[in-house]
Design a protein around this ligand. Structure first.
Ligand SMILES: NC(=O)c1ccc[n+]([C@@H]2O[C@H](COP(=O)([O-])OP(=O)(O)OC[C@H]3O[C@@H](n4cnc5c(N)ncnc54)[C@H](OP(=O)(O)O)[C@@H]3O)[C@@H](O)[C@H]2O)c1
Length: 462
């Protein structure tokens, strides 16, 4: 048997540390030895809850299942089984006062079969793995004082476009030095559009686990209900913490109605995450006569945000607009917002609308200082939306694409991290601000931004 023992002290309350660690699937955020982790048992973690982990081991992913054996408020004990090894982990928390907590982690590892015969040789390597895990936990539980900035090499890679593209895959997410999502948002109200699959669902799950109250805004009542069930199973939050709001967001009238309902039900709204989106192969118009990509990706978030503004102002809220790296390829086309000229290209229509959304984000940040506005792009994530609209891209990059949680990471982090509380009007990717334009002729000038706002105000009558 090999016994690993590490102790760290973090500037977080004992309760914060306990809640974070009790859901052991958060180990994927802090232990570099864990590739992905899932809570298998629905509801809040308790004695008997099971977690499936995929461990990083010499370029392979080795499965391991943990069961929570003890959860006593300051002690967590987990027993784990993998192929040819088992683990008995005991995490003891001690309140050090001044808001600090000591985390004492003991892992007893036993090996059978061939590994059992060379157990002694594994000890130095396992000690390193244990030290890295606890260093990762310390980082995940340490609040950054300042908002992160782009490094010089990241800035150059993004300016040159192509060098930055590999980071759009899961490689970019996995290379992030801190993947922790430990800042709680208990009782804060976030409305999320497009919460029924992909990034929106992953965002809803994570925010619910961090204590948020959610308004799930979607067009289909049965998919909304299924999303609510999935979020509750993931987070273990009470059913009363999730509200549903039905709205077909390709229609300006529906976006307006949803905004009005939000304002009525939530006079103070802490967050609005404009995530709903799709890419359309053919040009099509909504029953209100708008090109469909423009309607879903730009008109709806514009109207919803404008109408919900009083509630956002009352809470000093945060609007997070989900854009796309595809935006980099296209300029704004103020002369052809409805894409009537030339052959329709769904990817171009999508990119133009996403660029418009980022430009509006910057405008709002300037004129509404009491609300924060940020936009982001998620990289390339394997979601139902990507599988449907870009099947070849999805197949070719299948193994390299992010999963939904990786794609949603920056949305969740922006919604929860205190170090970005003073940031507004920025465009983010992998927790760092990025340039909004890299190709010549694609930047939105202030005159174009003003004309865009005029167009949106006239078209949507808000
Ligand atoms: N995945 C990526 O690699 C990637 C990359 C860049 C940007 N994005 C952006 O990320 C966001 C989420 O995309 P995803 O990949 O997670 O796609 P997804 O799995 O298809 O999810 C899209 C969500 O938007 C909702 N939605 C679509 N049209 C709607 C409408 N007319 N009214 C109301 N809701 C509507 C969908 O609801 P239903 O369930 O009712 O269809 C679904 O909940 C989108 O804005 C997308 O453009 C994704």
């Amino acid at each position: 048997m090999i016994r690993l023992h590490e102790t760290i002290v973090v500037e977080r309350t004992l309760e914060d540390c306990y809640r974070y660690l009790l859901d052991f699937s958060t180990s994927e955020q802090w232990d570099p030895g864990v590739y992905r982790a899932e809570k298998l048992t629905a509801g809040a973690p308790a004695v008997g809850t099971e977690f499936d982990l995929l461990l990083n081991s010499a370029g392979r992913h080795v499965p391991m299942r943990y069961t929570l054996k003890e959860a006593s408020g300051n002690c967590i004990r987990l027993l784990g089984e993998g192929p040819g090894f088992s683990a008995d982990d005991t995490i003891t928390l001690r309140d050090c006062e001044n808001g600090k907590t000591e985390i004492d982690y003991v892992a007893e590892l036993s090996f059978s079969g061939p590994a059992g015969r060379v157990e002694g040789l594994l000890r130095p390597w396992l000690n390193r793995v244990g030290r890295k895990a606890l260093a990762g936990l310390e980082t995940a539980l340490t609040r950054a004082d300042t908002a992160p900035v782009q490094t010089a090499s990241q800035r150059l890679a993004h300016r040159l476009v192509f060098p930055a593209m590999p980071s759009f895959t899961r490689r970019g997410y996995l290379a992030m030095p801190d993947k922790g999502l430990s800042e709680r948002v208990d009782g804060k109200v976030f409305a999320i559009t497009g919460p029924t699959s992909g990034l929106g669902l992953a965002t809803a799950c994570a925010l619910s686990r961090l204590g948020a109250r959610l308004v799930l805004v979607g067009r289909d009542p049965s998919r909304l209900e299924a999303a609510r069930e999935e979020v509750l199973a993931f987070s273990g939050a009470p059913a009363s913490s999730i509200d549903l709001l039905e709205a077909e967001l390709s229609l300006v009238s529906e976006a307006r109605r949803a905004g009005e309902i939000l304002c009525r039900r939530y006079p103070a709204l802490d967050g609005l995450i404009n995530n709903a989106g799709a890419l359309f192969a053919e040009r099509d118009e909504t029953e209100e006569g708008h090109e469909r990509a423009l309607a879903v990706l730009l008109l709806a978030p514009y109207v919803l945000t404008q109408v919900a503004m009083p509630s956002l102002k009352a809470a000093g809220g945060h609007v997070i607009n989900v854009s796309s790296g595809g935006m980099y390829t296209q300029p704004l086309r103020l002369d052809d917002m409805e894409y009537r000229q030339g052959d329709y290209d769904g990817a171009k229509a999508y990119a133009r609308a996403k660029r418009g959304l980022v430009a509006v984000t910057e405008y709002w940040a300037r004129i509404h200082p009491s609300v924060r506005f940020n936009s982001m792009h998620p990289g390339w994530a394997a979601t139902p939306g990507v599988a449907k609209s870009l099947p070849t891209f999805n197949r070719l990059l299948e193994k390299r694409l992010r999963d939904s949680r990786m794609g949603a990471d920056t949305i969740i982090w922006l919604a929860t991290a205190r170090c970005v509380e003073d940031c507004s009007g920025l465009f983010w990717f992998d927790r760092r601000p990025r340039p909004t334009a890299v190709l010549p002729g694609t930047a939105v000038s202030s005159d174009q931004q003003a004309r865009l706002i005029e167009y949106l105000a006239q078209t949507c009558a808000v």
